[in-house]
Ligand binder design. Structure first.
Ligand code: PMP
Length: 433
């Protein structure tokens, strides 16, 4: 293997001369490092940096590597795809098989359409809903992340007005976007009472992991289900991040609420680029070529990713996987909370399944986006830096805004989690100094 640079600062400096902003994705600069965390290798629950130093990884490819890095069955599946000739732009029998598997495990999935990444599938799910309803407006929730399509690049400013959250987005397109508070039943009722017959789709992260981990309040998803049905709007669960996370069938299985459409990616293929939109057969018939709704793509359902997806779901389907995952999660979140409590550091640990958020400066559960944003950023920063120094990578610190999400994989054995807790214990202790 080519020996590479070992000086991260020098590499970042050099990257600035050739990569826009020095990176290939904006989120690859943890604000506390002010440069990328350059990875050279991933193995099971670990990553290595440029110097060969090993860290316990609590990012896991932004949640994609739920089985762990370099999982043998996924690696083997990709090898099979390589032997087919690295073909793209082609349909194979493997696509039919993986789609069938999804219809067996995802409650909403009567039909499946594969794509490449999460942004693709949230975009085409809304396009499908607009076609089916003949309406254009959508309802989304404060801070919920659905990728990079123009439609989703809106936020509310201090006055409550809907404004672009990115340069290059026409402000007028925000007329089609209504933004509601997450877990605010009265606000949602009011929007649907006033605008229900204009709403093509209501889209949400059914567990708001992109703000750490804010589960739906009891009855909130059922309310979304009822009102969208009454108003003839399409309910979309964006399960790009929540999918497979706490139950094989995702939040739909965990909550018992079935949306009309859902989107899947990340853990679907354990690190290979693959996404899917799945849902009601009558809606899905709208996609071309059976209907008029555009979707295609050279890399859509790339065979290497499809094979990786099958290997991933076969591993996740094995008996006992979710009992073990949820037991590990429950113990870990309880023990981590106890560590913070013992050190007198005000933090709420909120996790569901394999992903979690840390809310510094709080003692009460976080149920709203505003509460998540109001966490103590400075204390959070000191903690993640102290963890990194001790060999644990936590990705979720943000300078402003809510904390992001951290998570573990099935390769994080109880022994690895115990090592992680020991590191976090030391880091929490150092905050008192
Ligand atoms: N939806 C959700 C809920 C996500 O978390 C993400 C990615 N963080 C996306 C959509 C976009 O997915 P991708 O990065 O694969 O485009």
């Amino acid at each position: 293997m080519m020996s590479g640079p070992t000086d991260a600062a020098a590499l970042f400096d050099s990257a600035h001369g050739v990569l826009a902003g020095g990176v290939s994705a904006a989120a690859r600069i943890p604000p506390y490092l002010e440069r990328p965390f350059y990875q050279t290798r991933g193995t099971g629950p670990y990553i290595e940096d440029l110097t060969g130093r090993r860290f316990i990884d609590f990012n896991m490819s932004n949640g994609a590597a739920l089985l762990g890095h370099d999982h043998p069955a996924v690696r083997e599946a990709v090898t099979v795809g390589l032997a087919l000739g690295i073909i793209a732009g082609a349909e194979t029998a493997y696509h039919e098989r993986l789609a069938r598997t999804l219809t067996e495990i995802i409650p909403a999935a009567e039909r499946v359409r594969f794509a490449t990444n999460g942004s693709d599938v949230t975009m085409i799910a809304v396009r499908l809903a607009r076609h089916a309803t003949g309406r254009t407006r959508i309802v989304k929730f404060d801070g919920h992340y659905h990728g990079l399509t123009e439609l989703f690049l809106f936020r509310r400013d201090e006055s409550g007005a809907v404004v672009p959250s990115s340069g290059g987005v026409p402000p007028a397109w925000g007329d089609d976007v209504l933004i509601c508070h997450w877990n605010d039943a009265a606000a949602f009722e009011a929007i649907m009472a006033r605008h229900g017959d204009e709403i093509a789709a209501v889209i949400c992260e059914p567990v708001h992991y992109n703000a750490g981990c804010i589960p739906p309040a009891p009855g909130f998803l059922a309310l979304l289900r009822e009102r969208t049905r009454e108003c003839g709007s399409v309910l979309i669960f964006d399960e790009v991040l929540s999918g497979f996370r706490m139950a094989l069938g995702g939040v739909q299985e965990w909550s018992g609420v079935t949306p009309d459409l859902c989107t899947l990616a990340k853990a679907l293929s354990n690190g290979m680029p693959l996404a899917a939109v799945a849902g009601r057969a009558d809606l899905m018939a709208g996609f071309s070529p059976s209907g008029p709704v555009a979707h295609s793509g050279t890399y859509s359902g790339h065979p290497l990713s499809i094979l990786a997806g099958q290997a991933t779901l076969d591993a996740l389907r094995a008996p006992g996987v979710y009992d073990a995952l949820n037991a590990l999660a429950t113990d870990f979140y309880r023990d981590l909370q106890a560590i913070f409590d013992r050190h007198g550091v005000p933090v709420v640990v909120q996790g569901l399944g394999a992903r979690f958020g840390l809310y510094f400066g709080r003692r009460a559960p976080v149920t709203t986006y505003a509460d998540a944003v109001a966490h103590n950023h400075g204390l959070h920063r000191r903690f993640v830096v102290a963890c990194l120094e001790r060999g644990l990578y936590l990705p979720a610190y943000t300078k402003q805004g809510p904390p992001g999400h951290n998570g573990f994989s099935l390769a994080h054995t109880p022994a690895v989690m115990a090592d992680a807790l020991a590191i976090m214990d030391g880091a929490a202790g150092s905050l008192r100094a």
